[in-house]
Design a protein around this ligand. Structure first.
Ligand code: ADP
Length: 453
């Protein structure tokens, strides 16, 4: 429907414009004949030419000469004050004596306009001398035929424009309307959930508005496709993360219930069940946090507070974990204030320190330090753990991303921690950088611009 109406609108507009032009020009053309300037020069030339011809012709031959003028719609009257010397068939006979007198008495050959109205006939007079006697030569020129020819010519050319133009516009509007029709079909497909659809674009269309529209549409479709893919991945990742602890809980509880496990090993199995439940609980905490951070209305309450104290507290909070692994924690901080959401930032430090503990073997070392310059405060969390392969670094902050899926099961991660860290930092307009070497260790640097204070 849209296609048809746009198509018809373009064709209709063109045809109406040409039709209006035809009608207007048909009525306007006659007015150009009243523009005397157009005629003056031509009439002047013709009249003096005819006057010269008449003067050099012998008086008895003048009727023959004038007869030939008749064929070209010239009518001639030669008269003096008292009599008509010669008058052609349609010569203007209603010229008064005084007019004739005034023409004869003219000192130059400048033609004198005798009358002109709306009709395309012009009458002019010039003085001539025949056999030594002064006469008035009156010439009547009829432009009727020229006028008709001109009007017809304009009419025919406009009709041709209408015909050829209509044909061309029929073809051209297809070229204009086709991409819009394709876009409509594609938009309908997107509305039904088919995000793989793309509209093909001709090369020469790249720069015009329709080309831009197609580019934007394709971009929108690909973004929707990515979002859709992300949603699918998210659902399957969540299901997977829930499924694996549930499977082990199910297996171990069944074994306990069926008395398959000797009494002395039961506590060990209950510990595993407890760990799996904790894992599920962490997953649900993280999922809730992600949902809250993703929503427009997540709480964000920034204030000025002491960053060094917050880092010290985070180290204390994680003490049981690093003590258990006999890690050495070195905290090198000096008093400094930042302006940020204290609760959210605490989550960032806990996450980075927990990761450092998780991915550093026993007796390793974790170094937490500050680097303060005029423009920014850098917080470095450095470990000498297993490190991260270079190719994994760009994906590190993706949801559910784990460098080594199999290894991760034993270290309790769910791949959400760094994505939450990144989200919190981007809410604050803070940045994070990762430098890491496999087998050597990793440094996570949080960059806090001081202008945000
Ligand atoms: P997880 O809960 O699995 O730790 P994160 O999002 O916090 O999830 O981290 C994503 C992945 O990045 C981890 O699975 C781990 O492979 C890697 N990683 C994060 N921090 C470190 C670190 N300090 N040393 C080595 N690898 C790390």
């Amino acid at each position: 429907m849209i296609k048809k109406s746009l198509y018809l609108k373009i064709v209709g507009t063109f045809i109406s414009v040409v039709l209006i032009s035809i009608v207007v020009s048909y009525f306007i053309t006659p007015f150009s004949f009243q523009q005397e300037d157009i005629f003056q020069e031509e009439i002047s030339k013709i009249t003096s030419g005819v006057a010269d011809l008449v003067e050099i012709t012998r008086p008895e031959n003048i009727p023959y000469l004038v007869d030939t003028f008749d064929d070209i719609n010239f009518d001639v009257l030669i008269a003096d004050e008292s009599s008509v010397f010669y008058a052609s068939q349609n010569a203007p006979m209603n010229i008064t004596d005084s007019t004739i007198k005034s023409i004869i008495n003219k000192s130059n050959r400048e033609p004198q306009m005798l009358k002109h109205g709306r009709d395309p006939v012009r009458t002019v007079g010039v003085p001539i001398t025949l056999a030594g006697k002064p006469y008035a030569l009156i010439i009547q020129i009829d432009y009727e035929d020229e006028f008709d020819d001109l009007q017809q010519g304009i009419f025919i050319s406009l009709l041709l424009v209408l015909l050829v133009g209509s044909l061309l516009i029929l073809l051209a509007s297809r070229y204009l309307v086709n991409p819009i029709r394709k876009l409509t079909i594609a938009a309908k497909k997107v509305a039904t959930g088919d995000f793989a659809v793309r509209v093909k674009k001709k090369r020469n269309r790249n720069l015009d508005e329709v080309g831009e529209l197609i580019t934007s549409f394709n971009h929108m479709a690909s973004e929707l496709e990515k979002l859709d893919q992300m949603r699918d991945d998210f659902v399957s990742n969540v299901s997977h993360e829930i499924q694996s602890p549930l499977t082990s809980i199910k297996g171990f509880t069944k074994a306990l219930r069926d008395d398959v496990i000797p009494i002395e090993n039961q506590k060990e199995y209950l510990d595993i069940i407890h760990q799996e439940i904790e894992r599920l609980s962490r997953l649900s905490d993280n999922l809730l946090r992600i949902a809250s951070l993703d929503s427009e209305h997540h709480p964000y309450n920034p204030s000025s507070y002491r960053l060094d104290e917050q880092l010290r507290n985070s180290v204390l909070t994680t003490e049981p974990q690093w003590q258990r692994k006999k890690l050495q924690i070195i905290l090198e901080v000096e008093p400094v204030e930042i302006y940020a959401d204290e609760d959210l930032m605490e989550h960032v430090w806990l996450n980075l320190i927990t990761n450092a503990i998780r991915y550093t073997p026993e007796s390793g070392e974790i170094n937490i330090s500050l680097n303060i310059t005029e423009d920014e405060i850098k917080v470095l969390v450095k470990d000498n753990g297993i490190g991260i392969p270079q190719e994994a670094i760009p994906n590190l902050f993706g949801r559910f991303y784990k460098v080594d899926q199999s290894r991760n099961r034993s270290v309790e991660g769910n791949g959400l921690g760094l994505s939450i860290v990144k989200k919190i930092l981007s809410i604050h307009n803070f940045n994070i950088r990762v430098d890491s070497k496999e087998g050597i260790g990793s440094t996570f640097t949080v960059i806090i611009p001081t202008q945000t204070k």
